[in-house]
Design a binder for this molecule. Sequence first.
Ligand SMILES: [Zn+2]
Length: 283
Amino acid sequence: MRWKGKPQSKNVEDLRRPDGFMKRKSTSMGGIGLFIMLLLYLFFGQGNSLLDFTGATTQNTASNQSRNDGKSDEAKEFIGVILKYSEEAWGNIFARSNMHYQEPILRIFSNSVTSACGKTSSAAGPFYCPGDNKIYIDPTFFTELNQMGGKGDFAKAYVIAHELGHHIQSLLGITAKVTRMQQRMNKTKANQMSVRLELQADCYAGIWAHHTEKKHKVLDDGDIEEAINAAYVIGDDHMQRRAGMGVNTAAFTHGSSKQRAHWLKIGMLYGSVSKCDTFADLR
Ligand SMILES: [Zn+2]
């Protein structure tokens, strides 16, 4: 994937410090800001659920390595470029529907982070918090993805684009609608709705790839296969097997490998929100 040296988004906030403590950003987190964050935290606590990338809690073995060294700066640059491409792609898609695209903030953290969704460990993987409309990524997840078999830059881009997909769902009111529907459902049905939401985020990730490739020709040979392979290795059935468990479809949170790869492909192929109706058969 061609991304080096390309413009980066201004919406990346790096909360890491070499000593591992959270940096208090004076620009965005003054006294009032912190007070509001505290109120949000007390009000929502852990109850305001976040939307993550995989269902399983991963072994975060890499979290104490490579913090703010050359490698993680490369990760930061990469994240900045992907976010910038997404701002253009989704900005254009929204503009075509006469809608304003509200660009999300992406926060890079290490070990753990506190958001409107509560305190979250890196082990949960990257996530989007609908409560504050921000994406949270500990770049050490990229190492884990690699270890799981999700290799290559385009696989990493897919991770970011998936979380951006949750932002789009939030802006379009889909997340709120699904949450309301889930409150009237039993646990199994509610879980199935979560899976559909996750698959739609995969499809939206594909939309990002479609439009970015069309405009900037970022892909090299084998990149598409890399992303589809990443979708495959983080499928619920694959993760369950990897954890030495039997495949239990009732416990799926993000969809099977086949489903995740399928919806990513649909997004990449058509580049259209209307093609990403993962809820269609419910109507
Ligand atoms: Zn997700």
